[in-house]
Design a protein around this ligand. Structure first.
Ligand code: SF4
Ligand code: SF4
Length: 194
């Protein structure tokens, strides 16, 4: 099953790499920029979790310990949380780097691109507000990607949004086609709560 999932990931990565390359003039992701791993839910299916664990198992003892402590802290934070939507720093983020980068989940692979919704509308990455992705074509007053700003940049590739919704990329049919099942989906931290 895991081998089949990895085969799917290779195809998905090829597609996402193409999107990131097309959008290069608008992408300001750099190693050490971990803001997208600091305040989210991170949906993970069972098979994504299994693959993530293979990355965890290869880590040095001290990093594993750090992650175990992060998980414990996040679980406690969640237990004490009184609001509606619990967001958190991903426990696998260590020293501002993803400790399981090659085995990270599907949602993590899409961080930073603009997303289009099949029924209309698009989502600009939150870090646009921090002067990062797409900020060179973003009009904060209108909360839109500005055609005028694009024209002044003088680049060929237009800012584009893609159908990269988590639900779409983890559609059961993709799994069937590659001979695996995604399985249950829940927030990453919930997989570690007994
Ligand atoms: S698994 Fe890695 S890329 Fe994904 S949220 Fe956690 S630290 Fe970030
Ligand atoms: S998506 Fe945004 S926050 Fe995440 S690494 Fe890229 S620039 Fe940083």
């Amino acid at each position: 099953m895991l081998e089949n999932y990895i085969a799917y990931l290779m195809v998905l990565d090829e597609k996402l790499n193409r999107f990131f390359n097309e959008q290069k003039p608008y992408i300001f992701c750099r190693p050490g920029c971990s803001k997208c791993c600091r305040n989210a839910i991170y949906p993970y299916s069972r098979i994504e979790l299994e693959y993530l664990k293979t990355g965890f198992n290869r880590l040095p003892y001290n990093i594993k310990e750090q992650i175990r402590q992060n998980i414990e802290k996040t679980i406690n934070d969640k237990k004490n949380f009184k609001g509606e939507k619990f967001t958190y720093v991903c426990p696998f983020l260590v020293n501002d780097m993803c400790s399981v980068y090659n085995q990270r989940g599907i949602i993590c692979r899409t961080f930073g691109l603009m997303q289009i919704y099949p029924k209309g509308g698009q989502d600009i990455p939150f870090c646009v507000e921090l002067g990062l992705n797409y900020s060179n074509v973003y009009d904060p007053e209108k909360n839109i990607i500005s055609k005028e700003m694009f024209k002044t940049l003088g680049v060929k590739e237009e800012p584009n949004a893609y159908n990269i919704a988590y639900d779409f990329l983890t559609d059961a049919d993709f799994g069937k086609g590659f001979g695996f099942e995604f399985g249950e989906v829940k927030p990453l931290i919930d997989w570690f709560i007994d």
